[in-house]
Ligand binder design. Structure first.
Ligand code: ATP
Length: 239
């Protein structure tokens, strides 16, 4: 229906073989909304992103995206539908050029379309656009991380899922990467952001979910008062 949010995850269960990590997750994301997924180490944030993008099986429940049932879709079909996952710690190819790394991300697109998408993705990152003909390995660590985000942007996501994009970056580069999220929101792209830096996450998100021990412990708008304190309590199992 017209009222259906872009993403609607219902009663989702997932994990690794017999190890159940996620216990009945319900989340929604509207078109153009930036949502932070917070929670302690090992809570299941990465697992949730993987279950949504088809990298892990959904054992129960449903993933609806763009009005379609995408439960247990392949990663390729999820990405083609615009549900794009930038994997935590993903490495770029160091021996091929920046442009070729982006070509790989858009391997299935028509050639002309691919060129447009690559320019579009690079427009978010002038410092790597300048180095587009250099090898991936010639980029700094932070620039390589930006390149992984640019690879996601080549898919022209409707929902971009970023798993700790700031990990290992200097404070200046963290702000550079998180600024991209503001630009995506302006153009109507939704973002689901897993982030350890609480204040940074709250500053760029409209809404937050706290995942604690495989269940959603708290859901709030970032404007709500006392949120940092409520999150802290949720992390320790008091909410
Ligand atoms: P972090 O912030 O540390 O990345 P997270 O919230 O993303 O944490 P997950 O990586 O999703 O948490 O891990 C959730 C649980 O699943 C943890 O208990 C973890 O030990 C377990 N787990 C993760 N990967 C595997 C795996 N390949 N096989 C078995 N268990 C796993």
């Amino acid at each position: 229906s017209a009222a259906e949010p872009l993403l609607k995850v219902s009663a989702l269960e997932s994990g690794y073989g017999k190890i159940r990590v996620l216990h009945g997750i319900d989340i929604t994301i509207a078109a153009g909304e930036v949502v932070a997924l917070l929670g302690p180490n090992g809570a299941g944030k990465t697992t949730l992103l993987c279950a949504m993008s088809g990298l892990l099986p959904v054992n129960a429940g449903q993933v609806r995206f763009g009005g379609r049932d995408m439960t247990n879709a392949t990663p390729r079909d999820a990405a083609r539908a615009g549900l794009v996952h930038v994997i935590e710690g993903h490495r770029v190819f160091t021996q091929i050029s920046v442009t070729d790394n982006l070509l790989l991300a858009g391997y299935d697109l028509p050639r002309a379309e691919r060129a447009v998408r690559i320019d579009e993705a690079l427009s978010f990152f002038p410092e790597i656009a300048e180095k587009r003909h250099e090898r991936g390995g010639a980029l700094s660590g932070g620039q390589q991380q930006m390149l992984t985000v640019a690879q996601g942007l080549v898919r022209r996501p409707r929902l971009l899922m970023l798993d700790e994009p700031s990990a290992g970056l200097s404070p200046v580069l963290v702000d550079r990467v998180l600024n991209v999220i503001g630009r995506l929101r302006e153009q109507g792209t939704s973002v689901l952001l897993v982030e350890q830096l609480l204040e940074k996450a709250l500053a760029c998100a409209d809404r937050v979910y706290a995942l604690v021990q495989g269940a959603i412990a708290l859901q709030a708008s970032t404007g709500e008062s006392d949120l940092a304190h409520r999150l802290e309590r949720a992390y320790f199992g008091h909410e």
